[in-house]
Ligand binder design. Structure first.
Ligand code: ADP
Ligand code: MG
Length: 261
């Protein structure tokens, strides 16, 4: 049983405060969906949790099973059981997917080969991808399958998935979300799934849905909150003076109108 406890987390990027006091607890086996408008700070939260340089924590704490995550290097956070599937996975020329999986896995020899083969099948990637440089010249969806196989082999305690659904085709989305759901059931993986769409949550069953705007969680509910969001957008949570249409009433009728007109 693992527990990631985020309390009062504040952070700045480029001098601007992006996280303004995030409180969130993720336990083994739980799926938390984090949904919020573009630019609200969701990816910033994911970067801060894994310690990306340039993101300065200005307040609050993050603890994994009692240990101070913010005091650890990124490698130490990963070794402690934190995983990030990046919104935009980094291309690493010269490093093969096989190398990364081999370095991540506790298995070797035939056991490793069997585990990798079974994971490739589970997420619908061909074996040839093992010999390709990490994320180099991959399609958006292939990169997301790549992130998923790394998760499956590394077997973290808590995974942050930053828009793992973006770029995936319908079949890919089903396989990836099913694989992650299986990890929550079989291995007790705890998940923070950043997403814009409820379709990710068809296979990956959310226990909690959090609405995130302006660097804080403004509401927490169950899956019905995601359905409401898909139906009526963020209007209920984003203050009127932050919406472009409030500056130009004509925009209220035409979502594709030029906001600067
Ligand atoms: P989201 O993932 O919710 O769409 P982000 O966390 O990516 O939002 O970004 C939140 C805000 O922080 C945005 O206004 C973005 O432009 C800004 N931001 C993020 N990273 C940087 C950076 N490295 N330098 C400057 N601004 C940044
Ligand atoms: Mg983002």
């Amino acid at each position: 049983m693992s527990e990631l406890i985020i309390e009062g987390l504040k952070a700045t990027v480029g001098g601007a405060e992006i996280l303004s006091g995030v409180n969130l607890t993720i336990r083994s086996g739980e799926v938390h969906a984090l949904m919020g408008p573009n630019g609200s700070g969701k990816s910033t939260l994911s970067h801060v949790l894994l310690g990306r340089p340039g993101y300065e924590v200005t307040g609050g704490t993050v603890r994994l099973d009692g240990d101070d995550v913010l005091a650890m290097s990124t490698a130490e956070r990963a070794a402690a059981g934190l995983f990030l599937a990046m919104q935009h996975p980094t291309e690493v020329p010269g490093v093969l997917l096989r190398d990364v999986l081999g370095a991540s896995s506790a298995l070797d020899g035939d056991d490793f080969e069997a585990a990798v083969a079974s994971e490739l099948t589970a997420i619908g990637l061909e074996e040839a991808f093992l010999e390709r440089a990490l994320n180099v010249d991959l399609s958006g969806g292939e990169k997301k399958r790549n992130e998923t196989i790394q998760l499956a082999i590394l077997q973290p305690k808590i995974a942050v998935l930053d828009e793992i659904d973006s770029g995936l085709d319908v079949d890919g989305l089903r396989l990836v979300s099913k694989r992650i759901e299986r990890a929550t059931n079989d291995d007790g993986l705890g998940v923070l799934a950043i997403t814009h769409f409820t379709r990710l949550l068809t296979e990956l069953k959310a226990d909690f849905v959090h609405i995130f705007t302006g660097g804080v969680i403004v509401e927490t509910g169950g899956p019905e909150l995601a359905d409401e969001l898909e139906e009526s957008g963020y209007a209920r949570w984003v203050p009127v003076d932050e919406k472009p249409e409030s500056k130009n009433p004509a925009l209220a009728d035409d979502p594709f109108a030029d906001p600067l007109a």
